[in-house]
Design a protein around this ligand. Sequence first.
Ligand code: SF4
Length: 157
Amino acid sequence: MQKPDKVYIEETVRYHPLAEKIISKLNPIRIEFVEDWRKIGDTKPLTKRTVEDKNSLALAEKKGEIIKSIGRMESGEYYLFHEIDCTYDCEYCYLQYYFQTKVPVIFVNRDEVLKKIEEVLKVHPHPYFHVGEVSDALAFDHLTEFSLDLARLFFRI
Ligand code: SF4
């Protein structure tokens, strides 16, 4: 797993436990604090962003819907927006062109994701959750251990 060259951290999550955990796993690492992950690289042309920002990582807070119903299946079908983009660079992958910013982002407010999943399960006992529509489901799992959070949640309920 390639280590990012640099980590951008939104000011509002600099002391968030998951942000601290990720940084402790990556240290030593260059860090830049930013106000809003969506503005990272926005003064550079896209080609330059692709070269310079792809090997970075951003830690941020997801505002708005962190789980979205896509309403395709009666049993409930949801996309998770806990991360976006991917650290890899597969030529055929639509994620290469999907976002304006080229920095993969980990949203650290994971507790909200887990809470929302629990809420969904009260309404839909057998739903589908897509964890890899706007990100790679496992690209950052060594940093976040989100798979363990999910396993604990489903073991408990
Ligand atoms: S999401 Fe999957 S296919 Fe796309 S770049 Fe990452 S590893 Fe490759």
